[in-house]
Design a protein around this ligand. Structure first.
Ligand SMILES: [Zn+2]
Length: 375
């Protein structure tokens, strides 16, 4: 394992920060994994440490067959946010921007550069795409600290063949997001991890870190009509909820990730097994547009009547919002607006109008396509 510390431009006198980058192996293909881009999401930080131990053992045994790059904490800027004893970490304090948005390169720039270069050799085309991506990262403007952070991360990741960005939700079943143009690899990843909920999305619109890696390949394929050999696969891996930091989950998830890296040709003879489906649930695959978010209509204290992993029928009594400022004890019942699998809840029990109370995986479109990443 080779470790480097990548300095970030100091945002203020005396505030130099850096990214730690661990690297294994050699080869044309790179797998890139990071955790904690949302600095308040910690399960992945532990999973990565367990994975590093496993990779070190494989390296000592000569069983790493391509490059693997690991950024164990992707957001030193957010890790330094503390406010009155709480830990925000999701939004940049200077610009208000979500740390997991707004880093995509302009695919039209890439297409302009490649339009006269790509030919009939798919592997050669891949190399030209990756060279173009590296150039665009080098040229990327980075005025604010968040932009410098994004640029530093992309300098390690944008030319990768596999990108896994580890996050978590508030309280949730484990789930994964990936492009709807790569459903086979996405299902392979979810099967290795034993994650029941698989969310597919069109990466041509607003994208997060994962989609920033796949969008250029999709756009190049759409516009230039040239053969590509192995376009980047990227996924956001949601490791349950914020409180789910423990050794059992970290061991299980690191082994699932390693099993996937082996199937993708980055390691061999790892002995890592695909994990049994969490809670014994069968796979549920849907488009992100088919997630029904149930929001609160009032303020008060939410009390749930249904648990994560339960199948809900329309009209089921999902929760109560206990209202604290009425004439006497008073509750507003929240009923399920649709059938589906309850896979996300809030852990912040004082709620307001608009607070997300539940996420339900359904079979119908619930929102306008391409709008799920607007905040
Ligand atoms: Zn996140």
């Amino acid at each position: 394992m080779h470790t480097t510390r990548l300095p970030l431009p100091a945002p203020a006198p005396g505030h130099q920060r850096f990214l730690t980058v661990h690297e294994f192996g050699q080869g044309e293909h790179k797998a890139y994994l990071q955790a904690g881009l949302h600095a308040d999401e910690w399960p992945g930080l532990l999973t990565i440490q367990v994975l590093l131990e496993k990779l070190q053992r494989l390296e000592a045994a000569g069983q790493i067959t391509q490059r693997i790059v690991i950024v164990p904490y992707a957001n030193p800027v957010g890790l330094n946010q503390r406010l009155f004893g709480k830990f925000p970490g999701r939004f940049d304090a200077t610009t208000g921007r979500n740390f997991n948005r707004g880093m995509a390169i302009d695919s039209d720039d890439l297409i302009d550069r490649l339009s006269s270069q790509l030919g009939s050799d798919a592997a050669a085309n891949d190399r030209m795409v990756r060279t173009g991506l590296r150039q665009l990262v080098d040229e990327k403007n980075a005025d604010y600290e968040i932009d410098a952070l994004h640029k530093a991360l992309l300098s390690q990741s944008l030319d990768a063949t596999v990108v896994l960005d580890l996050h978590c939700d508030d309280a949730a079943l484990p789930h994964v997001f990936y492009g709807d143009h790569q459903t086979d690899i996405g299902a392979q990843l979810a099967d290795c991890l034993g994650f029941p909920v698989r969310l597919e999305e069109d990466v041509r619109g607003t994208v997060a870190f994962d989609g920033s890696h796949t969008q250029p390949w999709v756009r190049v394929a759409d516009v230039l009509n040239a053969p590509l050999d192995r376009p980047c696969f990227a996924a956001t891996v949601e490791l349950r909820g914020r409180q789910d930091v423990n050794e059992n989950f970290a061991q299980r998830d690191a082994e699932g990730l390693l099993a996937f890296l082996e199937k993708q040709g980055f390691v061999r003879n790892s002995g890592a097994q695909s994990q049994a489906s969490e809670m014994g649930l069968p796979p549920t695959t849907l488009n992100v547009d088919q997630v029904k978010v149930v929001s609160s209509n009032s303020n008060g204290l939410v009390v749930y009547r249904r648990e994560l992993g339960e199948h809900i029928r329309q009209g089921d009594h999902l929760a109560d919002v206990v209202q604290l400022d009425g004439e006497g004890p008073q509750r507003e019942a929240v009923y399920a607006p649709t059938d589906g699998l309850l896979f996300g809840r809030t852990q912040s029990y004082i709620v307001y109008p608009g607070t997300q109370l539940a996420m339900i995986a359904t079979q119908e479109r619930q929102i306008k396509p391409g709008t799920q990443l607007t905040n």
